[in-house]
Design a protein around this ligand. Structure first.
Ligand code: ME8
Length: 520
């Protein structure tokens, strides 16, 4: 992450055709961690998420349920909002693409492209996948003539469409990617996009005939057509940025100067399946409108079971989101972020979940319990003053590793560095043997130092792990007698001496889930 003092970070906006699933949860928790880390390090953060509510997929799902599309969208927008609340997501804005403000910005954006001669009409003939809302040419179809992303059946369409002159921006886009090596991370995804751009770039169909798709935003220059849902959806980032005022006359709408807004976005967080949409369609559309492109794209991998991408149909696999009920929100957040190397795929297994939970319970939970109970037992619960600090180099090392890993979004490594500090503190306890120091009247100072060091480490861990485990770290902060949670910077200087510590139940209790017996 750059040290810029502002961070506009986005998740994809999720289709309002179905309930939130693990993929949505992962992406949103990942964005949440980055947003929380940004706030901790003093950045002004604007964290955006929301729902994608137009298009054929929503229209068909609503028909299937015998309800109006907007009723389906209202239900799902509520479901996503609730899910994010239970998962402690700290977004600043939840956008819905059916909001009047967004509809007006999409209309202004399309009008702008039209006025700049970036759009023409033609006939599209090819295949369409409703589930992914995208066109496929013969050569790009998957096995048996299916969608290459979701393997579902595609339908043949031949219809009038409006096209955006995307091909005009191929060279500019390649140049931009080459000039900015970190624009798409990880590198494997950057190379994928560069590989894609080695072929001639086609123009982009940006409309659907209203006769086929009625649930969309009408084109300002032809009411018989609606905006292609992906164009509509991508523009959400711009709407939320506040750059465009669609009510103003065209020359004053903000397309000429975005400096007074959150645009350009600092980081689009997306899954690898929607990379082309974000790394090719979106920046070229922005170029077409004369706007600056987003600053960075971080593409993450998939949670898989066997060879299959996990989503809502989990069969007899334990539902990771249901694990919240047994283990709590923070344990699920920890597992999803600690287990998946950022950018790669990871297999979900209950065994790995338990391994990661046990790390919280046996390493961190144990450190918290033993440290606080020793302060209670040997110093009546009051944190002693100490002249010397133990574990200083381990603390410095943990903070440095965390910072370095976060700078390139290696989230799993940042978390691992924090857990290593807890491990080092447990070893320190074994080395120092406070129970022996407590029996020796000449070792009072050493005991003070041991206890003060442990409390200091807990304070630093509180800051380090707040982005991943906000609920539990708030609880830990209270047990340490802190009024406010320390930040990464202040955790080193907080004066804890004299604080009264609370002995309490284990922070991460041992849990035997109902399915544990099946693990063998
Ligand atoms: O694509 N593991 O919405 P969507 C990790 N509306 N991530 C996963 C996943 C898994 N098993 N399954 C899905 C859309 N995802 C559009 C976005 S943005 C302007 C419009 C991720 O509801 C996937 O990689 O299908 C993608 O980032 C997101 O969920 C797709 O959500």
């Amino acid at each position: 992450m750059s040290d810029a003092r502002r961070l506009f970070i986005t998740t994809p906006i999720y289709y309002a055709s179905g309930e939130p699933h693990i993929g949505h949860a992962y992406a949103t928790i990942l964005a949440d961690l980055i947003a929380r880390f940004g706030r901790q390090t003093g950045a002004d953060v604007f964290f955006l998420t929301g729902t994608d509510e137009h298009g054929q997929k929503i229209q068909e799902e609503a028909e299937l349920r015998g309800i109006k599309p907007i009723e389906l969208c209202d239900t799902m927008a509520t479901a996503f909002s609730k899910a994010w609340e239970t998962l402690e997501i700290s977004h600043n804005r939840f956008i819905r693409t059916t909001e009047p403000e967004h509809i007006a910005v999409v209309t202004a954006f399309l009008q702008r492209l039209w006025d700049r001669d970036q759009i023409y009409d033609g006939v599209y003939s090819g295949w369409y996948c409703v589930s992914d809302e995208r066109y496929w040419t013969d050569k790009d179809l998957g096995p048996g003539g299916t969608c290459s992303i979701c393997s579902q059946k595609v339908t043949h369409v031949e219809e009038k469409n409006y096209f955006f002159k995307m091909s005009n921006y191929q060279d500019a886009l390649v140049q931009h990617i080459e000039d900015n090596p970190d624009w798409i991370i990880p590198e494997i995804r950057r190379n994928e996009v560069l590989g894609f751009l080695r072929q001639p770039l086609a123009d982009l169909s940006i409309s659907r005939p209203r006769s086929r798709v009625s649930w969309g935003i009408p084109l300002p220059f032809d009411e018989d057509h609606v905006a292609y849902v992906w164009v509509d959806a991508l523009i959400n980032y711009l709407t939320a940025s506040g750059a465009i005022n669609p009510e103003a006359p065209p020359s004053e709408q903000g397309f000429e100067d975005v400096s007074d807004s959150w645009w350009p976005c600092d980081l689009h967080l997306i899954g690898k399946d929607i990379l082309t949409n974000h790394a090719v369609y979106w920046p070229t559309l922005l170029m077409g409108a004369g706007l600056p492109v987003q600053r960075q794209i971080l593409s993450h991998g998939w949670w898989i079971v066997g060879d299959t991408k996990m989503s809502k149909s989990l069969g007899n696999v334990v539902d990771p989101l249901a694990l919240r009920e047994d283990f709590g929100t923070d344990a699920v957040r920890w597992y999803l972020l600690r287990e998946m190397p950022t950018g790669s795929d990871a297999s979900f297994t209950p065994e790995r979940f338990m391994t990661r939970y046990n790390e919280l319970s046996n390493v961190l939970g144990n450190l918290v319990s033993r440290s606080i109970s020793m302060v209670s037992k040997y110093r009546d619960g009051i944190v002693p003053t100490s002249q010397d600090d133990g574990l200083s180099s381990e603390i410095t090392q943990a903070l440095a590793s965390n910072h370095e890993a976060m700078a390139s979004y290696r989230i799993h490594e940042a978390l691992s560095a924090s857990m290593d500090l807890a491990r080092a503190a447990n070893v320190y306890v074994e080395d120092r043997q406070p129970w022996t120091q407590a029996k020796d009247p000449n070792a009072a100072q050493e005991l003070d130092e041991t206890l003060a060091t442990l409390v200091r480490v807990l304070c630093v861990i509180c800051a380090l792990l707040e982005p991943v485990a906000p609920g539990k770290m708030a609880e830990l902060g209270l047990r340490l007698g802190l009024d406010t949670l320390p930040s990464l910077e202040t955790s080193l200087t907080v004066n804890l001496a004299g604080n009264r510590l609370e002995v309490s139940d284990p922070l991460f209790p041992r849990i035997e889930p109902s399915w544990a017996g099946d693990l063998g």
